[in-house]
Design a protein around this ligand. Structure first.
Ligand code: SF4
Length: 143
C-alpha cells in the first residue's frame, strides 16, 4: 500500500473527477493506493492480477468502468475522452481504445450493468467506511 498526501485543491479536483470517492477525504488528507514498481501494480503477474476476484479491490473489479454522478462512466474519461487520454499519454486501457462501444466493452469484460451498479454501491460504502484515523482536511466542505 502507498499513501499519497493531497492538498485541499488536489482533493477538490480528485473528488470532482471521481464522484464515487466524495467524502473519502473527510477523515484523511491521504489517498491510499496500491504500490507500483516500474509503472505497474506490484500485484500484477505475467498472466494478469495475482489476486483472485474475491480479494481484488473494488476499484480494480470495476475498472475500466467507474461510478459517475448518475450511472457509470469509463475511468479513462476523467481525461475528457478516450482521444484526449491518448493524446495526453497517460496510462489507459487498450480494451477501451479498441472497443466499438460501451456494450462491446461490457461484453469484453464479462460484466453487466447490474453488476456494475452493485460494485458502485459497494465502492461508495467502502469510501464512507474508510478507516484512516487522520484529521479532516481544513477547507474541504462536508458533503
Ligand atoms: S487488478 Fe488491481 S490489484 Fe490486481 S494487478 Fe491490477 S491494479 Fe493490482
Amino acid at each position: 500500500m502507498e499513501e499519497e498526501p493531497l492538498g485541499p485543491e488536489e482533493i477538490r479536483a480528485y473528488e470532482e473527477r471521481r464522484p464515487a470517492w466524495r467524502g473519502y477525504f473527510q477523515r484523511t488528507p491521504v489517498r491510499w493506493g496500491l504500490r507500483a514498481e516500474r509503472g505497474a501494480c506490484v500485484l500484477l503477474g505475467p498472466h494478469g492480477c495475482t489476486l483472485g476476484p474475491e480479494a481484488r479491490p473494488t476499484a480494480c473489479l470495476l475498472y475500466p468502468f467507474e461510478p459517475a454522478e448518475q450511472g457509470w462512466t469509463l475511468a479513462v474519461e476523467r481525461s475528457g475522452s478516450v482521444a484526449e487520454a491518448r493524446a495526453s499519454g497517460e496510462p489507459r486501457c487498450l480494451a477501451v481504445e479498441e472497443a466499438r462501444g460501451r456494450g462491446a466493452l461490457l461484453r469484453a469484460f464479462g460484466i453487466d450493468v447490474q453488476t456494475l451498479t452493485a460494485l458502485g454501491k459497494r465502492l461508495r460504502a467502502e469510501v464512507r467506511a474508510h478507516p484512516h484515523p487522520r484529521a479532516p482536511v481544513k477547507g474541504v466542505p462536508v458533503r
